[in-house]
Design a protein. Structure first.
Lengths: 182, 348
């Protein structure tokens, strides 16, 4: 009996080692590197700029649902994105103020429905009280077209998506509003 | 030896063992928290606790898996084996705390039942890079719970040693699940840190240690004693058995412990009824064969535990002829009296 048990033990150990080794190798091989580093909470706090820096120059504007997104160039520092809702008390049209909605910038114009945040750069929490909120953009944000995404952390779904403002788009005539997802 | 249910049969050795264990776990958790908070001052306390409990459980699981083969390779590790079940229960508690804190941190604030959320929040089963890792951890925790809940002589006696052993062999399934849980979870965020190396080192350590121990055991099992007439096997020279100790031999595919003491020789099954410990690596204490793992005792003449205990192991008829020990190839029923052979004056 004991020899049978010992044989079973050896086989179980061998199978477990091989299976775990294969799984570990697969996990390392399948790893997808983050396109952008995720900011820490401290860095997110630093993004909450109370006012535009001196010398900031408006480059363009766009609509994201019923919010207005403005793009600013700053003399010494990264470009700034300012997002302001139309009314106080609401972040996005048709939705109550939610504290869990995050704003992302992503390169390109289209969104992969299965991976809406693929390659996206977290800018910070979306404004909830009508006051404008400003976010530094990654360096390559001005090099091509991009899009803005509002993502509900609590519901794990896209709330709204729209084009990122591009240099030259006048603030007085903002681009068509983005799509409200729900 | 247990004859009824007692939560823990404390003795000074167990107290020392548990004290060292508790101190070791506390020291590890404190060091982990200190290093984490020093290297990542922004990390929250909940996150530190989740990581500390999880990594502590993983480390302890590797220690537990190493004890068995280490003891097969050298008896100096036997003190670790003595209370291995306490290590197992402690490891389960650490894993439970890891899972509990993660459940509250990541699942308790949604509108879905947290336990359902653990199993349904991730749905990318078809994509390796996003393989849901939390259900893997939950499955491992369930196995560890079953093992911890039955880590007691009460369950060992009621389930019988073979069933209990088979149940506890699920630790290897839990080990694989835990490694996959970490590989598709924490590792995906820390691929450039030391974690991949640590996981690989743990895997190789446990795998190679078992392989080396299995090789040593298999070599011993391949030894074949010479036949000595119908139904008898010539297993060894009587002088090759030390006084008060045994030689373990393989007859008819099973291990037999041949003991020599006070000028007599007797043969018993090598398998302790408690946890299948190797009786042949024990010694004669107070006239009884004493298992090296947990001290279970059997009389060499009939294989029975001294009263009030009721365990019994199979015995074998034995003869000593011309300085050689001959053992019957067929075992007698557990507890059958077999008169020990007498060693002639002057040994062989």
């Amino acid at each position: 009996m004991i020899l049978r048990l010992r044989r079973a033990h050896r086989r179980a150990t061998l199978a477990a080692t091989l299976l775990a080794g294969a799984g570990l190798a697969a996990a390392v091989a399948a790893h997808v590197p983050d396109a952008q580093p995720v900011p820490t909470p401290a860095a997110l706090g630093a993004l909450d700029l109370p006012a535009l820096p001196v010398g900031a120059r408006l480059l363009g504007a766009a609509r994201l649902a019923d919010a207005t997104a403005r793009l600013y160039a700053v003399p010494s520092g990264p470009a700034l994105l300012e997002l302001q809702t139309a009314e106080s008390g609401g972040a996005v049209r048709g939705m109550p103020a939610q504290p869990d909605v995050l704003l992302y910038w992503a390169p390109g114009a289209t969104t992969d429905a299965s991976e809406p945040l693929a390659g996206a750069y977290l800018l910070g929490a979306a404004p909830t009280n009508g006051a404008p909120r400003r976010y530094p953009l990654p360096g390559h944000a001005l090099e091509g077209s991009g899009r803005l995404l509002l993502w509900s952390l609590g519901h794990h779904e896209l709330v709204a998506v729209g084009p990122s403002p591009e240099p030259g788009a006048p603030a007085s005539a903002p681009a068509p509003a983005g799509e409200v997802k729900r | 030896m247990s004859v009824g249910y007692r939560a823990v049969g404390w003795n000074p050795s167990k107290r020392r063992y548990d004290l060292v264990l508790a101190a070791g776990v506390a020291l590890y958790l404190a060091l982990f928290a200190l290093v984490s908070l020093t290297r990542h001052p922004d990390v929250t306390l909940e996150t530190v606790l989740i990581r500390a409990f999880g990594s502590g459980a993983l480390l302890l699981l590797h220690v537990i898996l190493s004890i068995g083969p280490l003891c097969r390779l050298s008896p100096r590790w036997l003190p670790l084996l003595y209370n291995r079940r306490h290590l197992g229960v402690t490891m389960f508690l650490l894993a439970l705390l890891h899972g509990g804190f993660a459940l509250v941190q990541f699942h308790a604030l949604g509108d879905t039942n947290p336990f359902v959320s653990v199993l349904t929040a991730e749905t990318s089963w078809g994509r390796l890079a996003r393989l849901p890792f939390q259900p893997l951890g939950a499955a491992a925790l369930l196995i560890l719970f079953l093992m911890a809940a039955t880590s007691h002589d009460f369950w060992l006696a009621n389930l019988t040693a073979p069933v209990w052993k088979s149940l506890h062999m699920l630790v290897y399934v839990a080990w694989v699940l835990v490694l996959l849980h970490v590989a598709f979870g924490a590792l995906q965020d820390q691929i450039e840190g030391p974690l991949p190396v640590v996981l690989l080192a743990g895997l190789l350590w446990v795998g190679c240690l078992h392989l080396v121990a299995a090789q040593a055991e298999a070599g011993h099992d391949r030894e074949r004693p010479a036949a000595a007439g119908e139904g008898w096997a010539d297993v060894c020279a009587v002088d090759s058995i030390l006084e008060g100790r045994a030689r373990t031999v393989v007859v008819s595919g099973e291990r037999i412990a041949v003991f020599r003491w006070d000028g007599r020789v007797a043969a018993l099954s090598n398998v302790c009824q408690h946890q299948n410990g190797p009786l042949g690596e024990g010694r004669i204490v107070d006239g009884c064969v004493t298992c090296p793992w947990h001290g279970y005792q059997y009389r060499p003449e009939d294989g029975r535990s001294p009263p009030p205990f009721t365990e019994a192991v199979p015995t074998f008829a034995v003869r000593v002829e011309r300085g050689r020990v001959l053992v019957a190839t067929t075992p007698c029923a557990p507890g059958t009296v077999q008169t020990p052979a007498t060693v002639p004056e002057g040994g062989a």
